[in-house]
Ligand binder design. Sequence first.
Ligand SMILES: Nc1ncnc2c1ncn2[C@@H]1O[C@H](COP(=O)(O)OP(=O)(O)OP(=O)(O)O)[C@@H](O)[C@H]1O
Ligand SMILES: [Mg+2]
Length: 279
Amino acid sequence: MIEIKGITKRYGKHLYALKGINASLKERVTTVIGRNGAGKTTLVRILSTQLLPTSGTATIEGYDIIKDTKKVRNLISSIPQESQLIGILSPLEQMQLYLMAKGFSAQQAKAESKEALDQLELYDFRNAPSDTLSGGMKRKVFVAMALAAKSPVIFLDEPTTGLDPLSRIEVWSAIKRLTSKIILTTHYMEEAQELSNEVVVIDQGNIMTHGTIQHLLSTFNGKMRAEKLDGEEYDIKIANVAIKYIEKDKVDEFISKGYDIKRINLDDIFLSKGVMLES
Ligand SMILES: Nc1ncnc2c1ncn2[C@@H]1O[C@H](COP(=O)(O)OP(=O)(O)OP(=O)(O)O)[C@@H](O)[C@H]1O
Ligand SMILES: [Mg+2]
């Protein structure tokens, strides 16, 4: 379990990247979702002991990120946003380096790397220069590193940003092989839905909403989404599209007013909080 206790991060005099956030992350896979600049990377870097908060702290499996930094580091693997492989080294070589830096012996590092590469269907590429791999394969190598390190807690900062839909699905299936506790960040709602049971939505350094996907959807309590370009009735309006959350018995009425009726999905969790994401 991860307990976030009043974490604030200030950059310079006035910019608060995180504004005193609190949360208990209890589920095995948690997605932190939010648009560019929301504070996702700042949070992940603080939790993974790469950056000190301005105030507040957190515990990971009971260890304090500030007081017990060494213990926390032994528990975690963190794959930073936009991590790059060294082009002239092969996946196997880089994974071995990573694992040896984590304290594995050379022999153990090689054996674990090979096994993880095999599990993620990268074994045939183990000796190829990383430069020759596709973007999706490169990301999978990072997931393989996390898999091989067998850390109980893994942070993945935007593991699929910029990938084509097929490569994204490949990386998803690689992530699904991990059995550790995972905290991942993303801009994509489908990704949160696909991979996690718990989502934390952050915007401008604040937690807008937090809960299991099931719980967040249940707050709409059977309502439907009615939307119409330039519609006159709305709860929220986005780029001239009027969106109104209606009870089921109002569906016919809104259809006759020219609205399209949609089922509630994860988009609505964000839209209803005024947070817009890419999809
Ligand atoms: N080293 C830094 N110095 C100054 N400001 C920073 C620094 N790092 C981040 N920021 C600012 O803090 C805020 C949060 O940034 P952060 O990188 O955590 O966002 P993010 O949610 O990860 O965004 P993205 O989706 O683009 O990766 C932004 O306003 C950013 O400009
Ligand atoms: Mg980021």
